[in-house]
Design a protein around this ligand. Structure first.
Ligand SMILES: [Zn+2]
Length: 309
């Protein structure tokens, strides 16, 4: 099977920001490198801008630094890696080309500035995650004890995303915030979240949330974060299959994708410790699903939802 992989979440930029000596080409410190993308079937890789919790002031400046790493050290240094802004860009990728999508993980860096949000769109950001785990000016994250939803500014952010054909990403968002986004948002995804009924973790989604994402024709990126896959012990590739089976059983065959969280995790799934081991997951998936279904999970579902024609 000629596989094409769309991976909706990675933290390569964060790792490269922490350590400027890391090279995207083949550094052993990275789970995802350009060499691995080329040799292991990548077609689209998302790169998240994640400004860490401890950066309180100058958060926007840090976001800009990560965007600079994206262009200077990744796009400009990797032949055949192309920035993706629209679905047309995906459709126009040549055989040997791989697409790169810039995403935002949490709106901490924009504060309460709609101008900063629009500046990020103009710099190439195509997906806006509203929060990380805690509260910001937009909404509360899943670990904020208060558990509130969107602020007035947060509502404005979702509407602005709609207007500019930008994804609104609900991974990390509080449950009340999730339901508000479902009312307001046009292009909704959960880039890296799993099934709560299988693994009771605050970052995972309830059956009701999954059904609503399916109803909105959103996509859920099953993620390889071990504590989001299993409550105890080591996670294996078969645990990932269980989460996929569950979303499919809820009617989500056209709404499942992958958001690995590679380079955002220290612990990895057995047999899936770097991007090049996606192959192990694909081989096992093919034992349970048809080629067409596997290609939907790996690529088609996220592409179908990417804004544009
Ligand atoms: Zn995350």
């Amino acid at each position: 099977m000629n596989t094409k992989i769309f991976d909706a979440h990675s933290d390569v930029l964060y790792k490269m920001w922490l350590d400027p000596t890391i090279s995207f080409h083949n550094s052993p410190q990275l789970h995802i490198t350009s060499q691995q993308l080329k040799s292991s079937g990548s077609k689209i890789q998302c790169f998240a801008i994640y400004v860490p919790e401890n950066v309180k002031i100058h958060a926007f400046e840090v976001a800009i630094q990560m965007i600079d790493i994206f262009y200077e050290k990744i796009i400009n240094k990797t032949p055949n890696l192309k920035l993706i802004r629209t679905k047309e860009d995906i459709n126009h990728l040549k055989e040997e080309e791989i697409g790169a999508i810039l995403t935002l993980e949490g709106c901490e860096s924009i504060g309460s500035s709609i101008e900063r949000l629009r500046a990020l769109y103009r710099l190439g950001v195509s997906s806006i995650g509203l929060t990380w785990n805690f509260a910001n000016e937009v909404a509360d994250g899943v670990l904020e004890r208060r558990g509130a939803g969107l602020t007035n500014f947060g509502r404005e952010v979702v509407l602005e995303n709609n207007k500019h054909n930008i994804w609104t990403d609900v991974s990390h968002l509080s449950e009340i915030g999730f339901w508000e986004v479902m009312e307001l948002g046009n292009h909704v995804i959960a880039s890296h979240s799993n099934v709560k009924e299988i693994c009771n973790h605050p970052r995972n989604l309830t059956n009701e949330q999954i059904k609503m994402l399916i109803e909105k024709d959103g996509v859920i990126g099953i993620t390889f974060v071990p504590p989001f896959l299993v409550e105890n012990g080591n996670a294996t590739v078969f645990d990932i299959i269980k989460h996929i089976d569950h979303v499919c059983a809820l009617g989500g065959e056209n709404n499942v994708g992958f958001g690995s969280d590679f380079d955002g995790i220290t612990e990895t799934v057995q047999g899936l410790s770097t991007f090049s081991e996606y192959e192990n997951l694909i081989n096992i998936l093919l034992n349970y699903y048809t080629d067409t279904q596997v290609q939907k999970f790996l690529f088609d579902n996220f592409v179908r939802k990417f804004p544009g024609n």
